[in-house]
Design a protein around this ligand. Sequence first.
Ligand code: PBG
Length: 331
Amino acid sequence: MKSLLRKFPSTRLRRNRSKNSLRSILAESKITVDDLIQPIFIKENLSGYEPIQSMPNINRLGANVLEAELRNIVDTGIKAVALFPVIDEAKKDSVGTEALNQDNFLNVEISKIKDLFPELIIIADVALDPYTDHGHDGVLNKVGDVDNDLSLDVLKNQALSLAKAGADVIAPSDMMDGRIKVIRDALEENNFKETVILSYAAKYSSKFYGPFKDAVESAKFFGNKNKDTYQMSPANKNEALQEVAMDINEGADIVMVKPGMPYLDIVSSVKETFKVPTFVYQVSGEYSMLKGAIDNGWLSEEVMKESILSFKRAGADCILTYAALEVAKEL
Ligand code: PBG
């Protein structure tokens, strides 16, 4: 780059940093409400709010307070939420049967929300972990590993039931091979031609999901098992590009990288390589470590915005973050 060869004092990079207004108009990346998506936990049979121990300020919501909470979110200008259900333990089994019940808790709530807030974009996860008694995202084979092809059929039907309920965006987070094609074909065949597929394309097998398992109460089922045979190894980057390429070819409209902060190099490469809509998920553990440090007075509140800005700088179009509402209020 020629400009980098220019010499002091003809070049003083501090000139452009000398005033607030100058810094502001020269900012290469900015956060607006359009960049923020709020993930929400809704719990079956709950009334009111239930704090999540490992996620400061985040609650499980009962159906009776969902409207008020969504109103808060919509009022800030946020346009999309990602819903995660906490399912009655008695309804969990080894194959996630309840996920396919068209009248299950999540589907009923999705329909209600679409009536109340027709413009709000609802993103619904496709994965069986809220519904299985082993906490895995798919169906197990005889040796206890998640069976790819058996899982595809269930996930396809789960996706269809979510689309029928009114979800605008279907977000497969299961990491089975071939699931985007199976889901896209099923949506087309059933005339859901406008249902968007947001693929968790590069989803790593990460310990940063810890608090989420607590939030959806799958932790006690899951114990100290892991998802290493289907989620990606944190060591790999080329493989992430392969995952993304596959999902785009199979019909994904948007791809996502997850977690966020420890994987900014992946966000950047995905965006530069494919130039398709690219989302990033600042996951539960990332949120909790920042929030925990802020609450302890070890870090200033501004780190939250700084972390979100880092996603924009890396090339992300949208950020799923538990801090969406609080950050949107400040914008
Ligand atoms: C489940 C799912 C997970 C998250 C979103 N969907 C957990 C997992 O895969 O183990 C994690 C989100 C977070 O940690 O905030 N398929």
